[in-house]
Write a protein that binds this ligand. Structure first.
Ligand SMILES: Nc1ncnc2c1ncn2[C@@H]1O[C@H](COP(=O)(O)OP(=O)(O)OP(=O)(O)O)[C@@H](O)[C@H]1O
Length: 263
C-alpha cells in the first residue's frame, strides 16, 4: 500500500513501543489506515488497545517507533504548526478558574489572535454548540454535558478541519449522551469537519461513524475496518433498524475475535 496524500490521516505499518522500566510495551503495531476528508471515524476496542495512543500520534504528542503517518500530507509536527486539528479530551478539562469564554479564548490567545477576532470566534463557536449566553459562566455552573460542549467549542474555535475526540462523552449518562451524539452529527454536517472519535460504546460508534475501526490489545492493532452503509442523515430511531443492528453485530464480532487472542 502506498501513502495516499489526499487523505487527512494516512498511516502505514504504524507502530509505537514504549520503553518502560518493566520492559517494552507494544502499544500499537502494524496500523494501516486512511481517513478521508469529511469522514467520521470511530476507534473502538477494549482498554489498552492503543486508541488514545493513535490519536496522540496524529496530534504529535507521541512519536511512532515504526512505520509512517501523514496528517494532511505532512508530518504530525508540521500539521501541529499549521494548526491542523482541535483536540477534545476525555474529561471536559476546562480550567475551573476561567469562565467558559476565557477557556475558549486560551488557545486563541496563545496563537496570537487579536481581541476582536477572539470575541467573534468565541461567539460563533458557542452558537455552534448551543451555548450562546453561557460564556460568562464558570465550568462548575454548567452541567457535565454543557461542559463537554464547551470543550468542543474550544476545539472548534480556531477552525481546524480535523477534530480529534478522545471519548468525549464517556462520563455522561445515556440520555445526555444521545442528545450530544445527535448534536455532534449536526455539527459535523454543518461544518464538514473530519472527525476521529474514540469510544467504548458500540451503539455510539455505529450511530456516529462513516467508518469504524475495531481494535484489539496486546499488541494494540486494527482487527477490522467497517465502512458504514447508513445514510449521513441519522435520526436517533435509526438505531432500531436492521441495517444498524447488522453493523453493530459486525463490530461486536470484531471485538470478540480480538479478545479470543488473549485467552
Ligand atoms: N507513556 C506511556 N508509557 C508506557 N506505556 C504507555 C504509555 N502510554 C500508553 N501506554 C500503554 O500503551 C497501551 C495503549 O494505551 P492507550 O491509552 O492508547 O489505550 P486505549 O485503547 O486508549 O485505552 P483506554 O480505552 O483505557 O483509554 C496500554 O498498554 C498503556 O498502558
Amino acid at each position: 500500500m502506498t501513502s495516499n496524500s489526499a487523505s487527512v490521516v494516512s498511516a502505514r505499518n504504524l507502530g509505537l513501543t514504549f520503553q518502560t522500566s518493566d520492559g517494552p510495551v507494544n502499544a500499537l503495531t502494524g496500523v494501516n489506515l486512511d481517513v478521508a476528508k469529511g469522514d467520521f471515524v470511530s476507534f473502538i476496542g477494549p482498554s489498552g488497545c492503543g486508541k488514545t495512543t493513535f490519536l496522540r500520534i496524529i496530534a504529535d504528542l507521541e512519536k511512532p517507533t515504526a512505520g509512517t503517518i501523514a496528517v494532511n500530507g505532512k508530518t504530525p509536527e508540521e500539521a501541529r504548526h499549521n494548526r491542523a486539528y482541535g483536540y477534545v479530551f476525555q474529561a471536559a478539562a476546562l480550567y475551573p478558574w476561567r469562565t467558559i469564554e476565557k477557556n475558549i479564548a486560551l488557545p486563541l490567545e496563545i496563537m496570537g489572535y487579536a481581541k476582536d477576532e477572539r470575541k467573534a470566534r468565541i461567539e460563533r463557536t458557542l452558537e455552534l454548540v448551543n451555548l450562546t449566553g453561557f460564556g460568562k459562566k464558570y465550568p462548575w455552573q454548567l452541567s457535565g454535558g454543557m461542559q463537554q460542549r464547551a470543550s468542543i467549542a474550544r476545539a472548534l474555535a480556531f477552525d481546524a478541519d480535523l477534530l480529534l475526540m478522545d471519548e468525549p462523552f464517556g462520563a455522561l449518562d445515556e440520555i445526555v449522551r444521545d442528545h450530544l451524539n445527535e448534536q455532534l452529527l449536526k455539527l459535523w454536517a454543518q461544518t464538514n469537519k473530519t472527525i476521529c472519535f474514540v469510544t467504548h460504546s458500540i451503539p455510539e460508534a455505529v450511530y456516529l461513524s462513516t467508518k469504524i475501526v475495531v481494535m484489539s490489545p496486546r499488541p494494540g492493532r486494527v482487527t477490522d475496518i467497517i465502512e458504514s452503509t447508513l445514510p449521513r442523515e441519522r435520526p436517533l430511531g435509526i438505531r432500531e433498524t436492521p441495517e444498524f443492528l447488522e453493523i453493530a453485530h459486525r463490530v461486536r464480532e470484531g471485538l470478540r475475535a480480538g479478545h479470543s487472542y488473549d485467552e
